[in-house]
Design a protein. Sequence first.
Length: 105
Amino acid sequence: MMALALDLLSWIFLLAGAAFLLIGAIGVLRFPDFYTRLHAVSVCDTMGAGLVLIGLMLQGGLSLVTVKLLLIFYFMMFTCPTAVHALAQAALQGKLKPVVEDRES
């Protein structure tokens, strides 16, 4: 019974992570400029990959594989937001302007 609950929880994390990654990919296609696309990728990539790694950790049990997945998780939690920040700063310094639409109310 416990193994079934663990497998179910693992699959919930895996599917939620896949959903976040899919939503991020759709955001890259739908958003109008670099900055909004970068935001969609950063949030969804970090959350989606984190949930997938947690799901894989639950599948792995207490083993060396779980330790390696945990290290990958911590590495991603620090490097992904830092890389996105560096890309945004480079775009700002390169004078890349965001797309601004004039909306008349």
